[in-house]
Design a protein around this ligand. Structure first.
Ligand code: NDP
Length: 333
C-alpha cells in the first residue's frame, strides 16, 4: 500500500524565509502561483516578456527572467511544458542552482527518462496534481484540494521529504491526501493513461459511431445518445465518487442486466497484450526517445495525425451536430 500524506503531516514553517520561483505561468503555473500567494508565501514568476508575463503582472506578481528568478530563489518550481523544460533547464536553470535549493517538478517525465539530471547538491522533488490547472485553483479556493502525487527523487539536504510536504501543503495538494510515488512511476502512469486508456476509449467510441451510422441512426440522435448528453461524463464522475460497481446500481435493472451480461463479449485478450506492449515501450524509454525526435523535427507526425483525423467524416458530422444544438441553445435563451 502507498503512504498517503495529509495536511497534518506537513510543517509550513519549513518554508519560512524561502523565496519561491514559479517558472512558467501557464495552465498549471498560474493556479499554483495564486495558491501559494494565498497561503502567504512570497512568489516570483520566471518567464519571458510576453502574453504569459503580462497575465502574471496583471495578477499582481513580480516577473523576472528565468535565470534571474532561479538565482533569487531557494524553492524553484519547473512548470514548463515537458518538451521545452529540458532546454530551458540546461540554459537558464542549471547554471544558477545553489547549495540547498529545492527543484520542484509537476511531472516526473524529464527526470525519469534522464533528460534532466540535477546536480547532487539540490533536493529534487515532485508535486504532481492529478487534475487540470483550473481544478487546482478551484479546489484550493473551495478548501477541498485536489488529488496529487508526491515524490523525492534526490535528498541532498536530508530534509527533502518534510520540505516537499510543506510545499505540497502550501499549494493545497495535501487537503485530499497526496499519494507517495516515484518520479518513474508517475511518468509511466501518466503516459500509460495517455497511450493505452485514452486510445482504447477513443477507438471504442469511434466504432460505436461507425456502427450506428451504418445502421442508419441520424447523427443528432447517435452523438447525443453516446456522449453529447453528458450521461457518459456523469457516469465517469460517479465512478470517482462511489466506485464503478456502486454507480452501476444507480441505473435501471434493464441497463444493469444489459451491461453485466455483455461485458465478457468485449473482453479481448488482444487489448491486454496491446496495453502491455504500450507499457513496455514506455518503461524502456522508447516512447521518450520517439517523442524527443518528433519534437526536434518540428512535430511532422503529430501534424499529419491531426490532419488525418480532422478529415474524417464522423468528426465533421459531430461538429455539425454541436453547432445545431448550440443554435437551439441560443434560440431558447
Ligand atoms: P503550458 O503549456 O500551459 O505552459 C506554458 C508556460 O510555459 C508559459 O509560461 C510559457 O511561457 C512557458 N514556455 C513555453 N515554452 C517555453 C520556452 N521555450 N521557454 C520558456 N518558457 C516557455 O504547460 P502546462 O502548465 O500545461 O504544463 C507544465 C508542466 O506541468 C508540465 O510538466 C505538465 O506535465 C505539468 N502538469 C500540467 C497540468 C495541467 O493541468 N496542464 C497538470 C499537472 C501537471 P512563454 O512561452 O511565454 O515563455
Amino acid at each position: 500500500m502507498s503512504v498517503i500524506y495529509r495536511d497534518a503531516n506537513a510543517d509550513l514553517s519549513l518554508l519560512m524565509d524561502k523565496q519561491i520561483a514559479i517558472l512558467g505561468y501557464g495552465n498549471i503555473g498560474r493556479p499554483i502561483a495564486l495558491n501559494l500567494r494565498d497561503s502567504a508565501f512570497p512568489v516570483l514568476i520566471g518567464n519571458r516578456e510576453d502574453a504569459y508575463a503580462t497575465q502574471a503582472y496583471h495578477d499582481g506578481f513580480e516577473v523576472a527572467a528565468v535565470a534571474d528568478a532561479v538565482q533569487r530563489s531557494n524553492v524553484i518550481m519547473l512548470l514548463l511544458p515537458d518538451e521545452v523544460a529540458t532546454q530551458v533547464y540546461h540554459q537558464d536553470i542549471a547554471p544558477h542552482l545553489q547549495q540547498s535549493d529545492m527543484l520542484v517538478f509537476a511531472s516526473g517525465y524529464n527526470v525519469a527518462f534522464g533528460f534532466i539530471e540535477p546536480p547532487p547538491f539540490v533536493d529534487v522533488v515532485l508535486v504532481a496534481p492529478q487534475t487540470v490547472g483550473q481544478a487546482v485553483r478551484e479546489g484550493y479556493v473551495a478548501g477541498e484540494g485536489f488529488p496529487s502525487f508526491v515524490a523525492v527523487g534526490q535528498d541532498a539536504s536530508g530534509e527533502a521529504w518534510p520540505r516537499v510536504l510543506a510545499v505540497a501543503k502550501a499549494l493545497g495538494a495535501l487537503n485530499q491526501g497526496a499519494i507517495e510515488i516515484t518520479f518513474k512511476m508517475e511518468a509511466e502512469l501518466d503516459l500509460f493513461t495517455q497511450q493505452a486508456l485514452m486510445p482504447a476509449i477513443h477507438s471504442v467510441i469511434h466504432s460505436a459511431i461507425e456502427v450506428l451510422s451504418r445502421e442508419g441512426f441520424p447523427p443528432e440522435a447517435l452523438f447525443t445518445s453516446l456522449y453529447l448528453s453528458r450521461e457518459l461524463s456523469y457516469i465517469a464522475a460517479k465512478w470517482a465518487d462511489v466506485g464503478v460497481l456502486p454507480s452501476m446500481k444507480m441505473h435501471s435493472l434493464t441497463s444493469q442486466y444489459g451491461t453485466l451480461s455483455r461485458i465478457e463479449r468485449f473482453k479481448e485478450v488482444k487489448l491486454d497484450r496491446q496495453m502491455e506492449a504500450v507499457l513496455g515501450a514506455i518503461r524502456a524509454g522508447d516512447f521518450a526517445q520517439e517523442w524527443a525526435t518528433e519534437c526536434a523535427d518540428g512535430y511532422p507526425r503529430l501534424e499529419s495525425l491531426w490532419r488525418r483525423l480532422q478529415n474524417m467524416a464522423i468528426w465533421r458530422d459531430e461538429q455539425r451536430v454541436l453547432d445545431m444544438l448550440r443554435q437551439n441553445d441560443r434560440a431558447d435563451s
